[in-house]
Design a binder for this molecule. Structure first.
Ligand code: NAD
Length: 476
């Protein structure tokens, strides 16, 4: 494979109908470790939205009738082109998100796993035959999709929508988060060397772009990842024309630790599940229930493990945790710290005093057994402050874990795996991990229960959310 194009990683454009496009107005994201301005990105205008929607609808008839094997060949070429730029994407992702190298590299490599998963998928077809007729159930593309993405995993959560859309025969317009627009705009620019104009496009800008896409009558589906509050607004607006929606939303993931665990091994793993990317992961552990028989030594071991996580700038080689990604999230997490201080909670680790230098840095805090109804237990903090809570009755701790309007992820830790799995089956969550913190894979369906979402992504069935079923009855 030789490289046939050169991508410049220092200028960023909307991608409309196969072309890089600027706009009369530009904005820029903020470097979370210095608070300096990053590169300019164009703010999409109403005309840009109309041009992109028209181009997508114009491209759809031909793209949707392109044989799936041909679509896969183009997706494989897209993968090959991407491989030339892994190092540039890692650097760009570290800059825009504040992720230290290992985490950014993991996300960039996860894109290859997403390609590999989708390249081996088949769209199911079911045939029923009787004397009277042949009935074939097929899955046909839903039309033009808008992908509305959050800031925490800007590559995985955009490409994870692009690939099933392209494979199923949909055209897609990606709207990255204004906090982290760069990697998504760049990977979609790269795709223009491979796909016909209008098949895959990107529009950047402000939060107001989202409602314009959701209400547009010629967009047929919204694939959204983000907060529950925005998910509800999208669902309400999409009801206007009964647009399809997939909603991947927030959570308040519990971990249940049984008394028979190996504390020295498990406590650092639970700590990593709470604090990786400073807790800004939808399936990060948000509250930890530890059996009272091991509570004190477990708390001590978790504090020890967490204290070793060096907080620093993403490009410093010894940084384990970077800054919070943006000012809004920084202020939100400081609010949780201040609330716990005001309530007189005991901090087993922390609290961190507010940053005096530049950058949105917050060191991890662990709260020692706060009341079950405190803000830090009942709300999604999405940051490096986590409560440890005592339990002594299994039915009660399961009820406490399930006492949430959300149901995204959960973990159960115990030496008796069958017992842990039995508890896991009683947890109301879309993704349950036994003896591990959340390690998702595109090979399996990812979805939330309760207010954590509608529909799902990835696995062998996520692609069906980009399709309508069509049943053909052919009479003999
Ligand atoms: P957010 O809801 O604020 O924003 C997400 C996207 O929606 C952004 O692109 C934003 O510009 C856009 N948007 C904002 N208002 C809109 C509106 N009214 N209509 C349409 N679009 C609109 O979420 P965020 O702060 O970027 O992300 C953090 C949240 O995302 C957390 O709650 C986290 O748990 C959740 N999340 C969930 C998953 C999952 O897979 N379930 C994954 C990552 C993050």
């Amino acid at each position: 494979m030789t490289k046939t194009h050169t991508i410049d990683f220092d200028s960023f454009f909307n991608i409309i109908n196969g072309k890089k496009q600027s706009s009369a107005t530009a904005t820029h994201a903020i470097d979370s470790s210095s608070e300096g301005q990053l590169w300019e990105v164009p703010v999409a205008t109403n005309e840009d939205i109309e041009s992109a929607v028209t181009a997508a609808n114009d491209a759809f008839p031909s793209w949707s009738r392109t044989p799936v094997e041909t679509r896969k060949e183009l997706i494989a070429k897209f993968r090959d082109s991407y491989i030339f730029y892994l190092e540039q994407f890692i650097k760009l992702l570290m800059t825009e998100t504040g992720k230290p190298h290992a985490l950014a590299k993991g996300e960039v490599l996860e894109i290859l796993a997403l390609f590999d998963h989708h390249l081996q998928l088949q769209l199911p077809e079911e045939i029923l035959e009787d004397e009277e007729r042949t009935i074939t159930t097929r899955y046909v593309p839903v039309g033009v999709v808008a992908a509305i993405c959050p800031w925490n995993f800007p590559m995985v959560l955009s490409v994870g929508k692009v690939l099933p859309a392209l494979l199923s025969g949909c055209c897609i317009i990606v709207k990255p988060s204004p906090f982290t627009p760069y990697t998504a705009l760049k990977i979609i620019e790269l795709a223009q060397y491979i796909f016909p104009p209008g098949v895959i496009q990107a529009l950047g800008g402000s939060d107001s772009l989202g409602p314009a896409l959701v209400s547009h009558p010629r967009i047929h589906k919204i694939a959204f990842t983000g907060s529950i509050a925005t998910g509800k607004k999208i669902m309400a607006l999409a009801a206007g024309n009964l647009k399809r929606v997939t909603l991947e939303l927030g959570g308040n993931d519990p971990a249940i630790v049984l008394p028979d665990v190996d504390i020295a091994k498990v406590a650092p793993e639970v700590a990593a599940g709470c604090f990786a990317f400073s807790g800004q992961i939808c399936v990060a552990t948000k509250r930890v229930y530890v059996h009272e028989a091991i509570y004190e030594p477990f708390l001590k071991a978790m504090v020890e493990a967490t204290s070793k996580m060096k907080v620093g700038k993403p490009f410093d080689s010894d940084s384990v945790l970077g800054p919070l990604q943006n000012k809004m999230q920084y202020d939100r997490v400081r609010g949780f710290v201040d609330e716990s201080k005001t309530q007189g909670h005991r901090f087993a680790l922390g609290p961190d005093s507010a940053t005096t230098g530049s950058g949105y840095f917050i060191h991890p805090s662990i709260i020692d057994n706060p009341p079950e109804d405190s803000k830090i237990v009942v709300e999604e903090q999405f940051g490096p402050i986590v409560p440890l809570l005592k339990w002594n009755d299994e039915a009660d701790v399961i009820a406490r874990a399930n006492n949430s309007n959300t149901g995204l992820g959960a973990s159960v830790w115990g030496s008796d795996r069958a017992h842990a799995e039995d508890i896991g089956r009683q947890i109301e969550a879309g993704n349950v991990f036994i003896n591990s913190s959340a390690k998702t894979t595109s090979r399996a369906l990812f979805s939330g229960q309760k207010e954590s979402g509608i529909g799902g992504e990835w696995g062998s069935t996520g692609i069906l959310h980009y399709c309508n079923a069509q049943v053909m009855h052919v009479f003999k």
